[in-house]
Write a protein that binds this ligand. Structure first.
Ligand code: HEM
Ligand code: HEM
Ligand code: FE2
Length: 449
């Protein structure tokens, strides 16, 4: 059954798409700066562009997750959202806080802690905003008729993600302690609780798209949650190797982070198996592409490319180089960007009543974006490996190495252009669906899709 209040999701998705376009713009600013075309340097220096690029990424993904929750929770709990008005208040304040932070970065109002650059006073507003979001989601779930495993895992992921934001707000004088707790946010998000959010969305989509029984799908979800916590929590140690804490982390971090790919492997096997088992009667094949794609590409980007630099012996050389950027792009893309694009592709036709998935535009967007991103990953990878050898093996000076490897950024820009064409095609498709309507959600055909 569909519920009218699910339509709120549309506006979170729209905000998400807007911020994605901005994120890519700043990616290009950096890409061009890397090949010496740095005309904007005076207004947007590289470090500003980098902070804006990564923070916009986090905000558009969070907006996507929130949209996903507003869409999924009422349907799973079988009741309307407790308050649609407050959900819009939450949307608008989220957008305002995000935009304020990004504008501030251009005037050097920020904290120099990668990914957590938002200054502390604004952090309190972020906390308030997320509390409102959680209240709406959790109240809807607990007042609802059903409490499914899918809904519980998704809400647990969102709740823990909010709680884990707090260690990043503690003030420390020591650089080491600050770094230690920064990873509680950055690592435990992407290699812990965000995986639960991804697992929850993935389970919901597979139930809808493959037609396999909920019981079977939710059993897998338990396995994924188990593997995630087993490896991811102590896996935090792979960021503690050389930051000045106890050497025990070399062993603990090495062993547990090496196990982390298992959770992503389980997710990929899960999705592919459910696809094989299912009747595949659902007409929205594009949503299925993005769903299976997320499960598979995240295994490659997070699992395999994460493993490639996670052992202390390798990380000693690769730490903080473009090898990290190689892994970061494909991991974020596969796991979190693709799952957001999947839930959007699935829910848009239901909310708007326009079934554009029969055309070819959706497939063009999927393949162009993915091929572009794989090319970008390779460009970063080649540049990163060259950087490691020249700088860390042969001892060449840092800036001299940067000059040597700038050629790879021409390839990066070409692949990024292909990627961007894919994304713009996706967004054009989004726009073409038109606005959500109550009638669309009430038509017999849509009600149960
Ligand atoms: C979807 C999941 C993942 C995402 C989005 C992700 C993303 C990232 C990002 C953005 C960084 C840079 C962080 C920073 O320097 O502030 C990073 C670093 C790192 N990631 Fe991942 N990652 C994921 C999963 C994994 C997994 C499963 C492994 C191990 C098997 C792994 C291994 C590493 C390592 C070793 C580093 C540190 C690199 C360095 O020392 O510079 N990652 N990851
Ligand atoms: C037009 C497309 C894009 C371009 C040209 C681009 C370019 C770049 C560049 C040049 C950097 C800085 C690397 C350095 O330190 O030199 C960067 C960082 C980063 N980008 Fe992108 N990017 C693009 C799209 C994306 C997308 C779609 C994602 C996520 C799905 C993403 C995630 C990241 C992350 C997480 C970092 C930080 C990596 C780290 O900590 O090492 N980017 N990007
Ligand atoms: Fe990590």
């Amino acid at each position: 059954m569909k519920y009218k209040s699910q339509k709120v999701a549309y506006w979170f998705f729209a905000l998400s798409m807007l911020l994605l376009v901005l994120q890519l713009t700043y990616g290009f600013i950096m890409g061009f700066a890397r090949i010496g075309m740095d005309g904007l340097h005076e207004y947007i220096p590289f470090n500003t562009a980098r902070a804006v690029h990564t923070n916009l990424l986090v905000v558009w993904l969070l907006s996507g997750f929130m949209g996903a929750a507003y869409y999924i929770i009422p349907e799973e709990a079988q009741r309307e959202l407790v308050s649609v008005k407050l959900a819009y208040v939450q949307l608008i304040t989220l957008a305002l806080v995000g935009v304020a932070a990004i504008i501030g970065f251009h005037f050097n109002i920020w904290e120099g802690r990668k990914f957590l650059e938002i200054p502390r006073p604004l952090d309190y507003l972020v906390v308030l905003n997320v509390l409102l979001f959680l209240a709406l989601i959790l109240l809807t779930l607990f007042k609802g008729k059903r409490k499914t495993t899918t809904a519980l895992v998704l809400s647990m992921g969102l709740l823990f993600a909010a709680l884990l934001y707090l260690p990043g707000m503690l003030p420390f004088d020591s650089q080491v302690t600050d770094s230690f707790f920064r990873w509680w946010v950055v690592h435990l998000w992407v290699e812990g609780v965000w995986e639960l959010i991804m697992g929850g969305i993935l389970a919901f989509l597979l139930i809808k798209l493959t037609g396999v029984d909920r019981e079977v799908i939710e059993k897998w979800l338990y396995v994924i949650v188990g593997l995630t916590f087993l490896s991811g929590v102590l896996g935090t140690g792979h960021h503690y190797y050389y930051i000045g804490v106890n050497k025990i982390w070399l062993v603990v971090g090495g062993i547990f982070s090496a196990l982390e790919p298992l959770a992503f492997l389980a997710m990929a096997l899960f999705a592919v198996n459910m696809y094989r088992k299912g009747e595949k009667k659902h007409p929205n094949k594009i949503a299925l592409f993005w769903t299976l794609g997320a499960a598979i590409v995240s295994f490659v980007g997070a699992g395999l490319l994460g493993f490639a630099h996670t052992l202390p012996q390798t990380n000693l050389y690769t730490h903080g180089t473009l090898v990290t950027a190689m892994h970061a792009h494909l991991a974020f893309w596969g796991a979190y960007a693709m799952i957001v694009l999947a839930i959007i592709s699935y829910s848009l036709p239901n909310m708007t009543g326009r079934k554009l998935y029969d055309g070819t535009r959706g497939r063009v967007a999927f393949w162009t974006a993915n091929i572009g991103m794989i090319g970008m990953t390779m460009a970063f990878g080649v540049a990163g490996v060259a950087q490691v050898y020249l700088e860390r093996k042969f001892g060449m000076e840092f800036m001299a190495v940067q000059k040597e490897i700038s050629i790879h950024f021409i390839v990066l820009i070409i692949c990024a252009s292909l990627f961007t064409i894919g994304i713009l095609t996706y967004i054009y498709d989004f726009y073409k669906h038109g606005l959500p309507t109550d009638e669309a959600m009430e038509t017999e055909e849509n009600k149960f899709l």
